[in-house]
Design a binder for this molecule. Structure first.
Ligand code: NAD
Length: 329
């Protein structure tokens, strides 16, 4: 196959699986898909792709993964929703090994471009104390007060990308993803994020006939949620852009968690009694993505309406829970 060789790490995960699917659709040369998980646990896996199971914490595994690659999309990380990252800070920080070793391998393999999936969790907590938030601009990451564990690892790894660019000439690109959701992702087991968790809980309530739902926090906290197709489009565009500094990649459609539950209830055709668990992990009070730089750089921003994306997500999770859908495409 002609064209560049693209390595996607974390390819057995949610966004990585969608990225591989999109690269294939675009006929993007040779694709190597790497993840630590057993193949049976990958959300999407394709037979015409070079699928490899490796632990990228390991130096030699990173060199093996990067060999012959022209483009590296590093999406591998030990991560999950707030419930996971608040209770697994050391595990989250250990993902620094993946980015460190992969950057060294990319430099030594002469890779053309290297993409790192960072997160809105790098933003300083004191800029996110109000649900009526001012959207976060890229400079709001400093003075640094990132989400403990996960956010600090992302911030450190962002800087390492910058220094590999400055010191070794590796062309690095960094996007700060804001809450990504969609089908073929985690919706149960402790690592799921709010949109998938709420879909699952509403479906469980519908299936069991117990018309109630537990919501983490008071439901007034605000977020924006980006549909995974937009995330993949933006990732590829940022990779091939001339944007050298970390840039937001998120939706700017701000909602409260209660409004998110309203949408899911509406799609499900149920109205549930809401129980607010104020001692559950909630993250920051309000967060939105300022897309000024993104629009200037790409002339584009994520635009899938939350309701449309949630409908796709809800349908997929419901089919899975009813046993009508296999995880692997
Ligand atoms: P995910 O957990 O579904 O995918 C991450 C994948 O990385 C998993 O399949 C996991 O097995 C793999 N992985 C972990 N450790 C590894 C290792 N040592 N070697 C090889 N593979 C390993 O998560 P996702 O939602 O698809 O996130 C992808 C990337 O985007 C991550 O870097 C994440 O931090 C970042 N991100 C995601 C969101 C979001 O809302 N989903 C938001 C901000 C940033």
């Amino acid at each position: 196959m002609s064209g560049p060789t693209a390595l996607v790490t974390g390819a057995g995960g949610f966004i990585g699986g969608h990225l591989v699917a999109e690269l294939r659709r675009g006929g993007a040369g040779h694709i190597r898909a790497v993840d630590i998980k057993p193949f049976g646990a990958w959300y999407q896996r394709f037979d015409d792709v070079d699928n490899v199971r490796l632990d990228l914490n390991d130096h030699d595994a990173c060199y093996r993964a990067a060999r012959g690659a022209d483009l590296i999309y590093n999406l591998a990380a030990n991560m999950g929703g707030m419930g996971f990252i608040e209770h697994n800070r050391a595990l989250c920080m250990l993902s620094v090994l993946i980015n460190t070793n992969l950057l060294r391998a990319a430099r030594d393999a002469g890779v053309e471009r290297y993409f790192f999936a960072s997160s809105a969790c790098v933003y300083a907590a004191d800029k996110q104390t109000n649900p009526g938030v001012t959207a976060l601009r890229e400079e709001d990451a400093y003075p640094a007060l990132a989400e403990d564990g996960y956010g600090w690892e992302k911030l450190f790894s962002e800087r390492m990308c910058r220094h590999f660019r400055e010191d070794f000439g590796l062309m690095t690109r960094v996007a700060r993803y804001h809450n990504v959701y969609g089908p073929f992702g985690t919706y149960a087991g402790g690592r799921e994020k709010a949109p998938a968790a709420i879909c699952r809980k509403v479906i469980e309530a519908k299936m069991s006939g117990r018309h109630e739902i537990e919501i983490w926090g008071d439901g007034q906290q605000t977020r924006s949620f980006m549909y995974v197709a937009d995330c993949v489009t933006g990732t590829r565009a940022i990779m091939h852009s001339d944007v050298i500094d970390p840039i937001n990649l998120g939706s700017s459609e701000l909602v409260t968690i209660n409004q998110l539950v309203d949408i899911v209830e509406d799609l499900a055709g149920v109205s549930l009694e809401r129980r607010y668990n104020l001692s559950a992990p909630q993250g920051v009070r309000g967060r939105n993505s300022d897309n000024t730089r993104l629009k200037m750089a790409l002339g584009w921003e994520p635009s899938t309406r939350l309701r449309d994306g949630i409908e796709q997500t809800y349908d997929w999770i419901e089919r899975r829970m009813l046993g009508q859908e296999e995880a692997v495409a």
